[in-house]
Ligand binder design. Sequence first.
Ligand code: ATP
Ligand code: MG
Length: 427
Amino acid sequence: MNEMEVCLDVETGAPFALNTAGTAAHTAVFAQTGAGKSFLLGRYLEEILLKTRARVVILDPNADFLRFGQPSNQNDSQFADAWERIPLTLLSNRSGDLGGSAHQAVHRVALDWSRLSPTEQCRYLGFVTPLDYQEYITVAIINRVAGMQRETYSLNDFLTTLRALRDHRRRPDNVDSNPLAGMPDDIDWDLLPENSLLKVFTEAFKLAELQVWPDSQDSRSVDDVVHEFTSPNSDQRLLILDLPSLDYEHAQAMLADRAVELLWANARANWLDAVMRPPQEDPRVPIFIVIDEAHNLVPPDTTGAIEASVKARVTRIAAEGRKYGLFLILLTQRPSRISYDILSQVENLFLLKLTNRIDLEFIQRSFGSLEPDMVSKAAELGLGQFLLSGRVTSRPALLKGLPRRTEEGGRSIRADVWIRSETLSTP
Ligand SMILES: Nc1ncnc2c1ncn2[C@@H]1O[C@H](COP(=O)(O)OP(=O)(O)OP(=O)(O)O)[C@@H](O)[C@H]1O
Ligand SMILES: [Mg+2]
């Protein structure tokens, strides 16, 4: 078997082989800031992509993987040659050259309004079912009217339909501008009170200002991208969602929510298809979903409706994703700030330097596979060192990560820029 070269045994300095099959489990990477999580993850994902057929989706909140497609050392031609054969898609709304190349497709992010259910649309518009039931009905009717006129429609088309319905509501006798002409005659006007139309219009107008709707030839619908990515016959291996390239947290949350939902729905559809065939004809491969800064996306308590939806969807994957081939890789500085429903399903743990006592005690209580005296060692680990336990290793071990061979993104401030080499002379 093709062994994953990720780390060395700290005691002996010898390469430490990971159990490749054991990577197909939910995994957590814990460490305080700056201890090397993203660096180690980079190496781990490089090896997964080179040594297996698995696919990887990264929800990247820090642009750490913006340059993941680029080898960091062009002199390492063996790595560069292999790496540049891995097809990758970067969804980003940044302007400027993002390194599109033969192996790296770059697209602007676009959500597909008409493929969202009315419930999802209401969630993104800020309406909560069942409380805002009138707005829900209004949204559902507008969709129906907009959908009668065209097969797919944008948020702007939705707004145009809404305006036409308002006009019609005000001047029902004006048959020329009747948006309901040709519609089945079963729409009850009382279900569309004027104030609901106004509320939906206001929220939809605000939503249309976010840069997540198709705005250029380069835009690609997240629905299409994820569908292609998850298709069993696809040659796609890596999908990176550049979350901070979207201007508002609301837009980032919508993208994360939609992407996670589509990954789930497509993986489930592939599973339904696979169970109808003999096992030897099951072409599916694992899909790893990497969530960095997981305490933001899946905290124990959520405040907004979209955040709650993302968390519910990730929790479902944590509990039931295995049979669909979906595996989480969660990174955080604060393990105790991740939903326990999700953490309780984690099998593999990479624990780098972590000194916070509350978090160390939490890990001790939550991960039986690590002895308490091992967990306490986490406070003294050096850069890149980590404790590993779970299915990915034959025994809990103290290891040191090998260097990442791809460009780091994120970027820290540079000491050579801000620390003066000479003392300022006084006049
Ligand atoms: N094993 C290593 N060898 C050399 N340099 C490393 C190693 N691990 C990390 N670094 C460097 O240390 C810095 C911090 O690493 P990294 O960004 O991976 O930390 P992090 O744990 O992800 O931090 P944060 O929680 O703030 O995202 C980076 O500049 C990285 O290049
Ligand atoms: Mg990081």
